[in-house]
Design a protein around this ligand. Structure first.
Ligand SMILES: [Zn+2]
Length: 298
């Protein structure tokens, strides 16, 4: 596990502890108890510039989180939780100056580690593991499902999509690209098991749905079934075909892809069973954790 993964894991654990302490049992979550737990007050203002998401100041020993009320609600919520993360995780703000710029929050290029950890914490609070993982396992993989969950949890498509893939019960990946470059990848453990790696900081693969969308200004969303070697070097032997559904977020020059394998693509593929008793806390950490194979044939 890299140092960052260790810190990411700690941030997730702190978020889950807070969720348990507060006793979150329904979604969308209520922000007030999170603020109270961080000794903070939320103040919505309408006179910030559009490129400012918010900032935190101290008044009489209490944190005051100021948030831009002109932004979409889901963005306001993320801003508030990101600021709460700075307080709870005791991570200094690495924004340029005290203000949290929208650009900083939405861009994936090089971001300071502290800022990424605060985003991880915020995502975990918005999508509480127990509730979210159940909702994901109750639904078929699709962009429509991600959109539906994003609305219910008041989270962005990006946040929801990245956690959706991690929690999926099939081999599934979520890829965020920016200006045609892959910037962020999250994967389900089932994708790790079949060794479905996707590199980042490289260009989008030419045959991908995401690449085609970035080249064609007439569409913002598309779905296709592709050979698995489009996304996975050398392909995946047992899974020759994959499904990809992608959506452009023109505002940020970003494209989100959901990539998965399912039984309808592989009718001849033998169904296999998975053991669901993996450690639930570790279960959803993305990436390079050494997963013992839980696969067993019927
Ligand atoms: Zn920050």
């Amino acid at each position: 596990m890299s140092d960052f993964q260790r810190l990411e894991f700690q941030a997730i654990m702190k978020a889950r502890k807070l969720i348990r302490d507060i006793g979150v049992s329904s979604v969308p979550i209520d922000l007030e108890p999170f603020a109270t737990a961080a000794n903070a007050r939320i103040k919505i203002v309408h006179d910030l510039n559009d490129d400012e998401s918010g900032q935190t100041t101290q008044i009489k020993g209490k944190h005051v989180i100021i948030v831009n009320g002109n932004h979409r609600e889901e963005r306001q919520w993320f801003t508030v939780l990101h600021e709460i993360a700075h307080i709870v995780l005791e991570l200094p703000s690495k924004h340029q100056g005290p203000k949290l710029r929208t650009d900083t929050l939405m861009r994936y290029g090089r971001r300071p580690q502290e800022e990424m950890l605060c985003d991880v914490f915020a995502a975990e609070c918005l999508l509480p593991y127990d509730l979210f993982s159940k909702d994901v396992s109750d639904t078929e993989i699709s962009l429509a499902a991600v959109k539906d969950l994003a609305q219910r949890y008041k989270a962005s498509l990006t946040t929801t999509g990245s956690r959706f893939a991690v929690n999926a019960n099939e081999p599934c990946a979520f890829v965020l690209s920016e200006a045609g470059h892959i910037r962020y990848v999250s994967r389900s453990k089932y994708l790790n098991e079949i060794k479905g790696w996707i590199d980042f900081n490289i260009s989008l693969p030419k045959g991908s749905v995401a690449f085609r969308l970035t080249q064609d200004s007439s569409k913002t969303e598309d779905y296709d079934e592709l050979a698995s070697d489009v996304w996975f070097n050398g392909g995946i032997k047992s899974r020759p075909m994959l499904a990809e559904e992608a959506i452009l977020l023109r505002e940020w020059d970003q494209c989100l892809s959901l990539i998965w394998f399912d039984q309808s693509l592989e009718r001849s593929d033998q169904r296999s069973d998975y053991d669901d008793e993996a450690e639930p806390l570790l279960e959803e950490l993305d990436g390079n954790l050494p997963w013992p194979s839980k696969r067993r044939r019927r």
